[in-house]
Design a protein around this ligand. Structure first.
Ligand code: NAG
Ligand code: NAG
Ligand code: NAG
Ligand code: NAG
Ligand code: NAG
Ligand code: NAG
Length: 587
């Protein structure tokens, strides 16, 4: 690391440390809990237990939002919110890693950190845009001396440096400041820009009263930005919108398209992260570029009950277009489910989920996701299980692979749907997670619960089941629920503050035709990232087994429904660890 950088950063941190000495109350910052006593408490020891084998994770300390993912001249860049000094949120800088394949990463010095009047109190999330002439530019939220949230830009110091190590924040920043009508503490996370008819456009997340807002700005030169009269979109009773993401998906096929693409052959997606609930939702809709309005389809619920990219620990997600492989890729942050003191003790917190390709379902009603193909290069030892019948109450082990670090794909086949239990009309107003909490894997059903028991101990004292349950509604339609239930994931006592939610989402599939449903789970010590029905419903759980660790972890298929289930095909792989180069992030 160059010494100039070291000196600059050392100064920043001496300064930062003195600031934090005078702040010692616990509070909340953009809904990150503030633990002042832990913010600067460097990891004494980094505990390996529960660290991931193939998910993106720095060697220690706190991470949150993925920032400005992009592809430039053969290299993928991932920036992310990082606390260099501790395992809870605070002291945030933009850490920077580069990769040729999105799997093996090399860590570089932080790209953006507080140093100028326009970001001296914070360098928060943002996005990258590749300007004409192949010139990347980053927009991010800075916190100025008055702690106002303002939008800044940063550009590479040397476009010829293949890794774009150093970023410059010119002195004509900020480029967007909150206007009179806004609360300057609720104005952040600029999107990737899109271009149409002579103007660039960006969104910035915000809130007015209790209405979530996607403020729209336009610019001709990317420097002078003017707020549009109307936001691109807003929705009542949703609270602060963080990390908006607005992008087109092709109506046909899985190829991605550039963020500026408009026309009859695409549909637009608006995703927002709800600060109040700490969940995201998205709508699909039509973008009218001439009027700069976005109108969600009437099949898309526009509010807290809307569709989610992931029904589990998944937040602040962001997509980018990868022109080298013509695909759109999604990154998301999976936070910990343990307490701040646990994070301090283990010396680290937060992982990024495996990058996923996103496309539109053929009926245009939802986004479909699948782990990037490159992940398969980490697959090692492989085992198969075919045409395995699983009767009610049975669980069958998938042996030989490293069950704590695995990738498993399975297709279940059902004889009949006749025994599907009734969907209680009283559940109509409940969210999927609550329905799962009422119908866990230990409540026998008709068709299901059946699925995988991940991170299971030999005698099932601990397990994280990922499963389906088929219901029949009054209208004689089938409704499929997918759950990833953390309740029995750890023997740690319930008075210890582990978050053990019964994450769940409904799966939009018609089982009546071929009576088959697939499931893929990426299992990685404390992460279970699952893709139901080819990626229609995705759920990420964070769990902390005490017995089902390393070689003592097991994987089973199970069925607790009266209808027998057949594992038509199952393939499971032990997963290797990628190369993590230059991982010394000490400053
Ligand atoms: C914000 O920056 C100003 C000016 O540098 C400083 O005086 C103030 O203490 C900072 N506030 C916080 C909370 O760090
Ligand atoms: C920019 O990067 C290129 C490639 O690494 C290098 O050859 C060149 O010396 C750099 N220019 C400056 C001014 O540092
Ligand atoms: C502005 O937003 C902050 C953070 O949500 C809140 O604490 C504050 O009360 C708001 N101020 C006004 C005037 O509404
Ligand atoms: C929803 O929109 C479609 C056209 O996009 C229309 O045909 C349909 O009638 C609408 N449904 C409702 C309930 O408004
Ligand atoms: C299946 O149901 C039985 C009976 O409730 C229960 O003991 C067992 O733990 C269940 N299996 C799973 C994986 O939940
Ligand atoms: C992740 O952690 C759990 C447990 O502390 C919280 O309940 C969630 O709100 C949190 N999620 C985010 C996105 O911060």
């Amino acid at each position: 690391m160059d010494t100039m950088f070291n000196k600059k950063l050392a100064l920043v941190f001496v300064f930062a440390a003195s600031v934090f000495l005078v702040m010692n109350n616990n509070g909340v910052e953009a809904s990150h809990n503030i633990y002042s006593r832990l913010q600067n408490a460097a990891a004494v020891e980094v505990k390996q237990l529960h660290r991931t084998g193939y998910h993106f994770q720095p060697p220690k300390h706190w991470i949150n939002d993925p920032n400005a993912p992009m592809y430039f001249n053969g290299i993928y860049h991932l920036f992310y919110q990082y606390n260099p000094k501790g395992a809870v949120w605070g002291n945030i800088v933009w850490a920077h890693s580069v990769s040729k394949d999105l799997i093996n990463w090399e860590a570089l010095p932080p790209a953006i950190f507080p140093s100028k009047p326009f970001d001296i109190n914070g360098t928060w999330s943002g996005s990258a845009t590749i300007l004409p002439g192949n010139k990347p530019i980053i927009l991010y939220t800075g916190l100025d001396a008055d702690k106002r949230q303002i939008q800044n830009y940063a550009i590479p110091a040397n476009y010829s440096d293949p890794y774009l190590r150093e970023w410059i924040k010119p002195d004509d920043n900020p480029i967007v400041v909150p206007s009179q009508e806004m609360n300057s503490s609720q104005f952040r996370d600029p999107t990737t820009a899109w271009w149409h008819n002579g103007h660039w456009r960006i969104l910035v997340g915000g809130k007015r009263k209790h209405r979530g807002m996607a403020w729209l700005y336009r610019s001709i030169d990317f420097k002078y930005w003017v707020k549009a009269k109307h936001p691109l979109h807003s929705a009542p009773e949703t609270g602060m919108w963080e990390c908006p993401d607005f992008f087109p998906l092709a109506l046909n096929g899985r190829s991605g398209v550039d963020t500026s693409k408009v026309g009859e052959d695409v549909k637009h997606i608006l995703k927002v992260s709800l600060d109040e609930t700490r969940y995201e939702y998205y709508t699909l809709g039509k973008y009218f570029p001439a009027k700069d309005r976005y109108v969600p389809d009437n099949t898309s619920v526009d509010g807290r009950a809307g569709l989610r990219l992931d029904y589990g620990n998944f937040y602040a997600s962001k997509t980018f277009f990868d022109p080298s492989k013509n695909r759109r890729i999604l990154w998301g942050w999976a936070n910990e489910s343990d307490a701040a003191d646990d994070d301090k003790a283990k010396g680290w917190a937060g992982v990024q989920t495996i990058p996923r390709v996103v496309w539109l379902s053929p009926d245009g009603k939802q986004v479909v996701q699948w782990p990037i193909k490159e992940l398969e290069t980490l697959r090692g030892l492989k085992v198969d299980m075919n045409n395995q019948n699983v009767e009610q109450g049975q669980h069958v082990e998938v042996k030989e692979i490293t069950a704590a670090q695995a990738d498993v794909e399975v297709t279940f086949s059902l004889g009949s749907l006749d025994k599907a239990e009734e969907f209680d009309p009283n559940w109509a107003n409940l969210d999927s997670q609550t329905v799962c909490s009422l119908r866990r894997s230990d409540i026998p059903g008709g068709v299901g619960p059946f699925g995988l028991l991940t991170l299971a101990s030999q005698n099932l004292d601990e397990f994280t089941p990922v499963f389906f349950r088929v219901f029949k509604t009054k209208e004689n339609k089938h409704k499929v629920l997918m759950c990833s239930d953390a309740k029995s994931s750890s023997l740690r006592p319930f008075n210890e503050k582990l978050y053990r939610p019964s994450f769940a989402g409904f799966v939009d599939v018609d089982l009546s035709a071929n009576k088959k449903i697939s499931l893929r789970s990426l299992i990685d010590h404390s992460v279970v990232e699952s893709f139901g029905a080819g990626g229609k419903t995705c759920i990420t759980s964070r769990v902390y087994p005490t017995l089902a660790i390393n070689d003592a972890a097991h994987l089973f298929v199970f069925n607790n429904g009266t209808e027998p289930v057949t594992v038509q095909t199952l393939t499971a792989w032990s997963m290797n660890a990628p190369q993590q180069m230059n991982q010394n992030l000490e400053f």
